[in-house]
Design a protein around this ligand. Structure first.
Ligand code: FAD
Length: 366
């Protein structure tokens, strides 16, 4: 890994911000994709931030900066960085095979883990099923949503390992639920025989993030591409980083939106000064907690992390809505940065863990 001083980090971060800023409009219009941003950030060594015991706050800062310029790039970089986080915790064979290319941005990382996080919360089961075969697993089923589905993607997913024999017996009697023994987290690199990336839809925003669905049809996954067979333990381990880095891009877009609104609070805009001041106060609180928690992510209570992520997504929605209101008609034009932020922020309540899931978890946490 590259050793960098604080001054170098600051220089790299501001260069990255400029790089993304220059591309934000093209990303929003779908004239380019976030694949180039992943390459750039990787080539600068920025995905190494927060890895293997380095302070997570460094990675929080990178994602916050990038998302301040483009949530598409910030979200894509988050997904890529989470894939690195999973592989950093993988056994040596998978780590060595995939991690160097991901860190350097030579391949794109895909976190197809929404179903796993939901399952751990007690809200469903992963949609992929695996059966054990000689030398590994055969995996089939859909992944309903994933981003960074570029041609060179490395996909981390979870699948229920089903006992084929037991399932056959059960289906002889009634159409029973498959007998799930355990859930594994594993990795597949595109292209892999049996994996189909389905065409995407046109989205409200984030069209540059190569987001769509996948179908696995009897995909062979060698045993050394299984990262873990303990879904609960694995998710418990990565979840603080997952939520903090998501909050980082929520903070990025919120901060930029509030800054853009700040010089419009005169004249009629004065009507919104109190609301802007309140959102700024809440944003400062979010920012303080985010960086505070990032100093020791594993020591933060689960409920505090959930509240932080909920606040991040709510504030991004409120700040971008206020910005559109203050900007007037110009903010309603699709090509304006104000409009882009408003559309991009609309994704945050549905991103996994969705607002519904987080509220449910908070209500059920002790
Ligand atoms: C552009 C885009 C990019 C994405 N990228 C990724 C990615 O890279 N990786 C990834 O893993 N995911 C990704 N996702 C998926 C995303 O993270 C969420 O998982 C997804 O948006 C949740 O929406 P859903 O349609 O699956 O809804 P669901 O989660 O199925 O929810 C639909 C509705 O049902 C309710 N509901 C859900 N479960 C239950 C339950 N058990 N009981 C009662 N009610 C329930 C919810 O509250 C909601 O109202 C992406 C989604 C989009 C739109």
């Amino acid at each position: 890994m590259t050793v960098t001083t604080e001054a170098t980090t600051d220089r790299l971060r501001s260069a990255a911000r400029e790089f993304v800023a220059a591309r934000a409009a093209d990303l929003d219009a779908g004239r380019t994709s976030t694949r180039s941003d992943l390459s750039y950030l990787g080539a600068q060594g920025l995905f190494e931030r927060g890895c293997s015991g380095r302070p997570l706050g460094e990675m929080v800062a990178v994602l916050e900066d990038v998302a301040a310029e483009s949530l598409s790039a910030g979200f894509s970089a988050w997904a890529h960085r989470m894939t690195i986080e999973y592989l950093d915790r993988a056994p040596a064979a998978a780590r060595d095979r995939f991690l160097p290319d991901l860190l350097a941005g030579r391949r794109a990382g895909v976190t197809a883990m929404a179903a796993g996080l939901k399952a751990v919360a007690g809200l469903g089961t992963p949609s992929l099923e695996a059966t054990e075969v000689e030398g590994g697993l055969r995996v089939s089923g859909p992944i309903h949503w994933a981003s960074n589905l570029f041609d060179d993607a490395v996909v981390v997913f979870c699948a229920r390992v089903v006992d084929g024999a037991a399932q056959e017996e059960a289906s002889d009697a009634v159409a029973a639920e498959p007998v799930a023994e355990r859930t594994v987290i594993a990795v597949a690199a595109l292209p892999t025989e049996g994996v189909t990336v389905n065409p995407g839809f046109e989205l409200l925003g984030l069209n540059a993030t190569a987001s769509s669905s996948l179908t696995f049809d009897e995909v062979f996954i060698p045993a050394d591409q299984v990262i873990s067979d303990d879904l609960y333990g694995f998710v418990r381990g990565v979840r603080p980083t997952f939520l903090l880095l998501q909050t980082a891009f929520c903070a990025g877009i919120t901060g930029e939106s509030l800054r853009q609104s700040a010089d419009r609070l005169t004249g009629l805009g004065e009507q919104f000064a109190t609301e802007h001041a309140e959102l700024t106060r809440e944003y400062d609180s979010l920012h303080g907690r985010l960086y505070g928690y990032a100093t020791a992510p594993d020591e933060v209570a689960a409920a505090d992390l959930i509240r932080l992520r909920l606040d991040g997504s709510r504030l991004a929605g409120a700040a971008t809505r206020l910005e559109v209101t203050l900007r007037g008609g110009a903010g309603y034009a699709v090509g304006s940065p104000t409009n882009r932020r408003f559309r991009e922020a609309a994704f945050l309540p549905v991103q996994s863990p969705s607002e519904g899931q987080l509220r449910w978890e908070l209500a059920h946490s002790s």
